[in-house]
Design a binder for this molecule. Structure first.
Ligand code: CTP
Length: 403
């Protein structure tokens, strides 16, 4: 019962995923929340007011100008008592209205007239999702602090496959718990996360690097923080803002990352999401290396970098209770990841395919497999933020179960 006493206004817009919102209502009530449902005209084409009323145990609000809704000011009153406004499914149309401040029905007027946090669970056809108009509207809403869960990737009701499926109910529920600030299951837990690439200098102006964006590692740090952990994020050079509420240590090289990781100990959990360069130039030049007149290119002498994950996972008094590594592979994903689990001595490996064609490094989505001593668990393709949230919940489970 994580949501006892929480008031959730649930706006159900017109998408095929509206049926999942019925289950969401049930799950929210199981957790003790009071759900005030708002059904748009299009939403009522997919689920009936009767089902919504029966499951929520509340009057279903549908009309902006209803004379039976107190003084006809339902759009103002409804959000006043709310802890969170959830739009599930959030259609392209409703998100466009929100972005442009339209208020021609109860749902859009309510969203415009509210100063409460808003969580969207988008759901739509792949083309609509990818359309620049939808993406621009979403970027605008995000910049105003509107939160989002999903969409997931997979088979869509229209017969296509790709992004646009509404997030699973369990993920929406977890996001609601997070935004209501109730699931502080990691309060008192210290966590260390490495993220981004490392840069290994060749000379003062050149370096060896890789394509890691840091998006996955930063999202994990944020997800652990949202569950209440005290997080130290050790980041290589990335173009991302520092996530709020944690200590962020910026490093360039693998050696600096290792030193920062060791200095952050003791922690209960370490997640090594950084794409650490395996090699560095043995002796970087002090001055910029000049081109030779005969056109002969220099030969770089490389030596191995320390393995931060293996170092943290090594037995000893400072070993974190849970050490999680990543495996970035372009072939033999599972076999290579299993070998890495054994070689590095960590407890769990999150394996992802980083073949350039999939765009995982720079993209916002990830498809991962979780590998531990028990076996392999495949997760569907989802946003890096959802991977992070799920992983944070899994970490919380493992730490609290003592596994
Ligand atoms: N890792 C690390 N320090 C290194 C190399 C890797 O901490 N010097 C960690 C990464 O953060 C990741 C895991 O080890 O959690 C696996 O990284 P990956 O690049 O997939 O594997 P490598 O160990 O570099 O092996 P290979 O390049 O042969 O695949």
């Amino acid at each position: 019962m994580t949501l006892v006493g929480k008031q959730i206004v649930l706006i159900i817009a017109g998408g095929i995923a509206a049926y999942k919102s019925l289950d969401l209502i049930r799950r929210l009530r199981d957790q003790g929340a009071v759900v005030q449902p708002v059904l748009t005209r299009a939403g009522a084409q997919f689920v009936t007011p009767l089902s919504v009323a029966a499951l929520s145990g509340q009057k279903v609000h549908e009309d902006l100008f209803s004379l039976t809704d107190d003084t006809g000011m339902g759009h103002i009153h409804l959000s006043r008592a709310a802890d969170l406004l959830v739009v599930a499914p959030a259609t392209a149309d409703l998100m466009a209205k929100m972005a442009h401040g339209l208020a021609d029905d109860l749902a859009s007027a309510l969203l415009l007239a509210s100063d409460k946090p808003i969580l969207l669970a988008p759901s739509m056809n792949l083309m609509m999702w990818n359309h620049p108009a939808t993406q621009a509207n979403l970027a605008c809403l995000r910049s105003r602090g509107v939160a989002q869960v999903g969409p997931a990737s997979g088979d869509l009701a229209c017969g296509e496959t790709g992004d646009g499926r509404m997030a699973e109910v369990a993920d929406i529920l977890a996001a609601i718990e997070t935004h209501c600030g109730v699931s502080q299951v990691l309060a008192g837990v210290r966590a260390l996360v490495t993220s981004g690439p490392t840069f290994e200098p060749i000379d003062p102006v050149r370096y060896i690097a890789n394509r890691s964006s840091g998006k996955q590692g930063h999202a994990i740090a944020q997800a652990l923080r949202q569950l209440g952990a005290a997080v130290t994020l050790i980041s290589g050079p990335v173009g991302l803002a520092d996530p709020p509420g944690m200590q962020v240590i910026k490093v360039e090289t693998a050696a600096e990352m290792l030193a920062a990781a060791q200095a952050a100990l003791p922690v209960e959990v370490a997640v090594c999401a950084a794409a650490v360069a395996d090699w560095r130039v043995t002796e970087p030049a002090r001055e910029k290396t000049k081109k030779r007149e005969d056109g002969v290119a220099p030969t770089l002498s490389l030596c191995a970098n320390p393995d931060i994950l293996a170092n943290l996972a090594a037995k000893g008094p400072l070993r974190p209770r849970l050490v999680v590594g990543f495996a970035a592979e372009t072939e033999g994903l599972i076999a290579n990841a299993k070998a890495k689990l054994a070689r590095k001595g960590c407890d769990l490996i999150v394996a992802n395919d980083v073949s350039p064609a999939l765009g995982t490094f720079a993209g916002d989505d990830n498809r991962v497999h979780l590998i531990d001593g028990q076996g392999v668990e495949e997760w569907p393709s989802m946003s890096k933020i959802e991977v992070a949230n799920r992983l944070a919940r899994l970490i919380a489970q493992r730490l609290t179960s003592g596994a």
